[in-house]
Design a protein around this ligand. Structure first.
Ligand code: ADP
Ligand code: MG
Length: 564
């Protein structure tokens, strides 16, 4: 029997875990509090006692030095770390505790329903990340999974996962879909092209600093104004940390209520004075209209970039709403007014986790089928894989040839992505190296441009600067600009690639440097000496990546701690 397999949406503000049940359906598992999503907030009470979720969120104001929120904003950021209770944590450590909470509670919930066998545990997972995540962020996300003791099968893009769970990837025709994801702290917009055998991310955009929290902040400002008006007090209630904490939670509650009700009452108590504020949906929409407009503006910016690749706004036939904040009715209304399309809204805060679970199942089924085909046909798994990659055959055809069923329980082909679709991503940014131009100025020469289809491979020729040079050390940069040569100021260093040259290499020897971004967006660097054709040993290290020793230490720490 194959292992159960899970999909995890590791969000900036909320996280969620799903699995494929015995009927082949994706199901989100509840946490210990009975909720389907868990705040990605971590309270380090001591190095061993860690609280994640609602309780941690409620403690934020009482223990500001021990509570970490929105750490995803810093994942993969070189040098970023926090010291709490004398222990130093990197963002991947903090995230590993969120994962531990999700997995721990999901295990409990499955055990209660007798759905986990004796000794069976949650191990194999697919974790999602935003489509704009670069190499270092994806590496760090995978590291968070490893630290939590998980086997990370793949890191996939959130919008791709969402499209899978919305079922739009099962199709007989080609279509273009827009995924509008408004979460707690980020807005992501993605254009995806879907055909019967391919899911292709065409273009991504958005605003990393725009989300539900900004809508909450507008409510807070309103509450303060109303309090002053009603009580005649000149006090700013938001200056007091405890009142701010209480009102922040109230504001979020009111906002959620307004998604289903026309009015929300919010009591404001401060310094012995009381105000009973009532916020209507109409007023709320008015207070936040400019924020909503920003999502439309970023969407149009993304369309402009898609245009450069030959895709048009008019190609879009479906719009999927993802992220908890897309439950605000203003979103659907505005999209209809702007683009004339009735957007789809279906469990937007669970869609990503469910899609990840479906994809995880897909990987598992695919691997099992390939193994079966290999076994029955007397080939190796790699041989079968190569033939499929070369387009000589498909897994379905091979399976049929050897009488192997391609249907998963309760679902159609391979767990329901549709046919065996290839998932094609685009590069979320441009990657290049620093070199001198003709005027001896340091310039960033982009090798792979933003929005290039993955896998992408680009080679360029460079020359050694001295006789007997032992190595070439390349500064690898990433940037958001889609041009061949740019000012290094526009990008950021992500690591170095070191090429070791053979002894006696003469000055001016041409060296071919190849950048390859693998299908998951991870960068590989290769070198070749052009005269001899000898390949050069090349190593690309992302900046500040955890060493194996650090990973092990973090794993030990994580496994020793109790997380609830
Ligand atoms: P993340 O940003 O971590 O991906 P989510 O997609 O779960 O997280 O979005 C979280 C945001 O969605 C929060 O700002 C939350 O207040 C908001 N939200 C959740 N449910 C609702 C709702 N019913 N109405 C309005 N906003 C909601
Ligand atoms: Mg999200």
């Amino acid at each position: 029997m194959a292992n159960k397999i899970f999909g995890i949406d590791l969000g900036t503000t909320y996280s969620c875990i799903a699995y494929i049940d015995e009927n082949g359906k994706p199901v989100v598992l509840k946490n210990a509090e009975g909720d389907l999503t868990t705040p990605s907030v971590v309270h380090f009470e001591s190095p061993e006692e860690i609280h994640v979720g609602e309780a941690a969120k409620d403690s934020a104001v009482l223990y500001p030095d021990q509570v970490v929120t929105a750490v995803k904003r810093h994942i993969g950021e070189p040098g970023y770390q926090l010291t709490i209770n004398g222990v130093t944590y990197k963002p991947e450590d903090v995230s590993s505790y969120v994962l531990k909470k999700l997995v721990g509670d999901a295990t409990e919930s499955l055990r209660e329903e007798n759905k986990l066998e004796e000794g069976e545990e949650i191990k194999d997972v697919v974790i999602t990340c935003p489509a704009y995540f670069g190499v270092t962020e994806r590496d760090a996300t995978a590291a968070a999974g490893k630290i939590a003791g998980l086997n990370v099968l793949s890191i996939i893009n959130e919008p791709t996962a969402a499209a899978i769970s919305y079922g739009v990837t099962k199709t007989d025709t080609e279509k273009t879909v827009l995924v509008y994801d408004l979460g707690g702290g980020t807005f992501d917009i993605t254009m995806i092209r879907i055909s019967p055998n391919e899911i292709r991310v065409i273009c991504t955009g958005g605003d990393k600093n725009l989300g539900g929290k900004d809508w909450d902040a507008r409510i807070l400002m309103f509450l303060n104004e109303q309090f002053q008006e009603e009580t005649g007090s000149g006090d700013n209630v938001l200056d007091d940390p405890e009142t701010l904490q209480e009102l922040t939670l109230q504001a979020e509650r009111a906002k959620k209520l307004l998604s289903v009700k026309p009015k929300a009452p919010i009591p404001v108590n401060y310094n012995g004075e009381h105000a009973r504020v009532v916020l209507t949906r109409e007023k709320f929409d008015e207070l936040t209209a400019d924020l909503l407009q920003r999502t439309i503006d970023r969407t149009k910016d993304m369309f402009a970039e898609a245009e450069k690749k030959g895709y048009h706004q008019s190609d879009v036939s479906e719009i999927l709403l993802v992220g908890g904040s897309s439950k605000m009715p203003q979103v659907m209304t505005r999209i209809k007014a702007e683009f004339g399309i009735d957007a789809k809204l279906y469990d937007p805060d669970e869609a990503v986790a469910k899609g990840a679970a479906i994809y995880a199942q897909h990987i598992q089924d695919y691997n099992i089928k390939i193994e079966e085909v290999a076994k029955k046909s007397g080939q190796t798994v790699e041989q079968v894989q190569q033939k499929i990659e070369d387009g000589k055959t498909s897994l379905e055809d091979e399976a049929k040839k050897y009488g192997i069923s391609t249907t998963a329980p309760g679902e159609d082909e391979f767990g329901g992505i549709g046919a065996v679709q290839k998932i094609i991503n685009v590069s979320s940014r441009s990657f290049g190296i620093i070199a001198l131009n003709g005027d001896d100025q340091r310039r960033l020469f982009n090798m792979i441009l933003k929005n290039a289809d993955l896998p992408a491979e680009v080679s360029k020729e460079f020359y050694t600067l001295a006789d007997n040079q032992k190595m070439v050390s390349l500064e690898v940069y990433e940037c958001m600009v889609m041009e061949d040569e740019v000012d290094p100021e526009m990008g950021k260093a992500v690591g170095t690639a070191q090429l070791n040259l053979a002894p006696g290499t003469a000055k001016g020897t041409p060296i071919q440097i190849t950048f390859r971004l693998n299908p998951e967006g991870l960068l590989e660097v290769k070198g070749e000496e052009r005269k001899s054709g000898n390949s050069i040993e090349a190593k690309f290290e992302t900046k500040d990546k955890m060493t194996d020793a650090e990973l092990e230490e973090a794993q030990r720490r994580n496994s020793k701690s109790s997380v609830d």
